[in-house]
Design a protein around this ligand. Structure first.
Ligand SMILES: [Zn+2]
Length: 101
């Protein structure tokens, strides 16, 4: 039987427990250059579209993690709540005093 544990607090989750799956995909964004500004938006989107199509084709083996990375986490309900409050793991206290050092 597959046992799950919360990826944040490491608590073991029983099969009856509510479990949340977080899936994140991160891919490199290609910023348009200053040349040919008029066409850049469309090319930019097309480029991402091409990459995503290639990812689907290749099942991620040949695409480097610096281009595309998919993450998956199991969370207990408590950690789900914490995650939603602070998805990037920023330290909340520092957010209000980032100019001090
Ligand atoms: Zn947890």
């Amino acid at each position: 039987m597959i046992r799950y544990s919360c990826d944040m607090c490491k608590r073991e989750l029983d099969t009856g427990d509510l479990r949340y799956v977080v899936k994140m995909g991160m891919y490199a964004a290609f910023d348009p250059t200053d040349d040919d500004e008029d066409d850049d938006d469309r090319d930019h989107l097309q480029e991402i579209q091409d990459i995503l199509e290639r990812i689907e084709d290749l099942e991620d083996d040949r695409i480097g993690e610096d281009v595309y990375k998919q993450l998956r986490f199991d969370l207990c309900p408590e950690c789900r709540r914490k995650f939603l409050q602070n998805p990037l793991g920023r330290e909340v206290a520092k957010a209000f005093s980032f100019s001090e050092n």
